[in-house]
Ligand binder design. Structure first.
Ligand code: NOJ
Length: 580
């Protein structure tokens, strides 16, 4: 690769940050977060090191699935602001070097969308065929529903139409028929509209359902014969309109099916895909205190083309899905981190945030973020993760993790001028409430999680190889330890060693292409041996404290890690190739 590739393929490096606008910052005191509020906090995001802001749906909606039920694809939910506010946000973000992408929900609309209203009323209308219908009583599809416990079938009868319509998600979210050319034209128009307003791409919602790819069921009447061709068509159209816009796909499937959705460059389908497999195995590793499950996942992570990217994450806005694990494995994770029924959702996931699951253990929490930032790929944070926010377990369903952002230590968490009882959702109480966890205090405290994550983001910026390199596991003997590296051309690499155990551990990591005596420079080091202060060492800010490791005769480097300790290192170089 050459230097300019990092700007041409901007999504390979950087940091994605997901915001639920209504929960981020309320600028007008009505208790609901809004686009103007988010715009005020762009500098906060820039300081953290965010390079790509992902907006959850902000479109007009009856709000029965937190905005994923859309009634107008061309507008902004008036509670959140106006199209003008959106443009102001995008422009401000761009000025600070932050791109903006938005959720693109193409699988379904709200049942209140004018298309569906018309589709039900008039079977002869063009809109009727915008949806997927069947005339006869459907078979039992209870095993195919996504929201187990809340839905019984993927077909519901429309009284008006006298037929059943397909809905993979809630009953009030009828699936669009993307095999219909008119629907495709509408989708293209929607994409073109938002690009024209300045968006830099999209997070594509529910890709497997949209394309019926990688699902075990066959949907009668779903007539989509060439799903990959269609996705490629969407991508090509987007690139014609905007040369560096991206599609980031929500594809919670095994690697072998995810891989097919990257397409075959130059016929790209999705530019980026969330790495659900590594995420889920990370939790199994945490539950066991052993690196094995995550190592096994990474070993099978398919290599990808230079233009594509994996997006690594620890949690998102939904339930923490564990459906790629085996049943017994999922039970292990539940037992460790979601022991009570109310911690769980849909029988397959967890509705808690990481810090409460880890009982606030700062060292362990940092180990997890260090790991996430050290994995080859592009990391994505869900708002509030950088503060160590907890969940509101009393909130309904997945809303538990979407509580108001905690900006300041007051009753409304600095989120709004409105009284606590008037907020869009209650502020988290107890140990994880704003008294203890808030951005104001965190920014001022050099030892806070916020500042730690900020330093991790900075370390990544200095290490292009973490975005561009391939994933390699490094041999070492300890079961509690994961040693891996991102490597480019065998020359440049960043390696990281993480201890999943609550016990200190000493190990010897094999660096395959190193020579005895080679020096390695520590990039990030918290709580690892020799770092008495247990302070993060950031080579950029503490040049004089740079520490080195030396490769021994057997091409191994000895590493001692404290409980949940970790260490990143790379070949030591001065001059133009060195870090600064
Ligand atoms: C996936 C989204 O992440 C989730 O929040 C939503 O409920 C479903 N798609 C349906 O749109």
């Amino acid at each position: 690769m050459k230097g300019t590739d990092t700007s041409d393929l901007w999504w390979k490096t950087g940091l994605i940050y997901c915001v639920d606008v209504e929960s981020f910052l309320d600028s007008n005191g009505d208790g609901v977060g809004d686009l103007a509020g988010l715009t005020r906090r762009i500098d906060y995001l820039a300081e953290l090191g965010v390079t790509c802001l992902w907006l959850m749906p902000f479109y007009p909606t009856p709000g029965r699935d937190d905005g994923y039920d859309i009634t107008d694809f061309y507008n902004v939910d008036p509670r959140l602001g106006s199209l003008g506010d959106l443009v102001a946000l995008v422009r401000t973000a761009h000025d600070r070097g932050i791109r903006v992408i938005a959720d693109l929900v193409l699988n379904h609309t709200s049942d209140q969308h004018p298309w569906f209203q018309r589709a039900q009323e008039d079977p002869e209308s063009p809109e009727h065929d915008f949806y997927v219908w069947r005339d006869t009583e459907p078979p039992d599809t209870s095993d195919l529903v996504i929201f187990h416990g809340e839905q019984k079938s993927i077909w519901s009868k429309s009284k008006k139409a006298g037929k059943w319509y397909l809905h993979r998600f809630y009953k009030h979210q009828p699936d669009l028929n993307v095999s219909n050319r008119r629907v495709r034209n509408e989708i293209a128009k929607i994409i073109g509209f938002w690009l024209q307003l300045g968006l830099d791409g999209f997070r594509v919602d529910a890709v497997p359902q949209l394309l019926t790819v990688g699902l075990h069921d066959q949907i009668e009447n779903d007539g989509l014969t060439d799903p990959h061709g269609y996705l490629g068509e969407v991508h090509a159209f987007m690139r014609r309109r905007s040369t560096d816009a991206i599609l980031l796909g929500e594809v919670n499937l095994p690697y072998r099916e995810q891989e097919t959705l990257f397409g075959t460059p130059p016929a790209v389908e999705l530019d980026l895909i969330f790495d659900f497999v590594a995420m889920q195995n990370l939790y199994l590793s945490l539950a066991r205190g052993e690196a094995g499950p995550l190592a096994a996942a990474l070993r099978t992570r398919p290599p990808i083309d230079d233009v594509n990217q994996w997006v690594t994450f620890v949690r998102n806005h939904d339930e923490l899905a564990l459906d790629q694990l085996g049943e017994a494995e999922r039970e292990e994770v539940f037992a460790a981190f979601a022991p009570e029924e109310r911690h769980r959702a849909f029988g397959r996931g967890i509705r808690r945030r990481l810090p409460p699951m880890l009982e606030g253990d700062q060292q362990r929490i940092r180990m997890v973020y260090s790991l996430m930032f050290s994995l080859p790929g592009t990391p994505a944070l869900f708002y509030g993760e950088e503060l160590g926010m907890g969940e509101d377990i009393d909130a309904e369903g997945r809303q538990a993790v979407r509580s108001p952002m905690q900006w300041a230590p007051d009753a409304s968490g600095g989120f709004s001028e409105a009284a606590p009882e008037e907020l869009v959702a209650p502020v988290v109480g107890g140990d994880f409430g704003p008294e203890n966890i808030n951005a104001h205090d965190a920014a001022a405290d050099s030892t806070s999680l916020f500042n730690f994550i900020r330093r991790l983001a900075a370390a990544r910026r200095r290490s292009v190889v973490l975005g561009w390199g391939s994933t390699e596991l490094l041999e070492q003997p300890e079961t509690a330890v994961l040693a891996h590296r991102a490597a480019l051309d065998g020359q440049d690499f960043v390696a990281a060693v993480h201890n999943f155990s609550a016990e200190p551990v000493e190990t010897r990591v094999l660096i395959p292409d190193a020579e005895p005596g080679d020096e390695l420079e520590i990039l990030v080091d918290v709580g690892s041996a020799g770092n008495d202060a247990k302070e993060p060492i950031d080579a950029g800010e503490h040049r004089h404290r740079i520490r080195k490791l030396t490769v021994e005769d057997d091409r191994r480097v000895p590493v001692a890690l404290e409980r949940y300790g970790f260490l990143w290192f790379r070949p030591f170089r001065l001059g133009p190739d060195g870090i600064f």
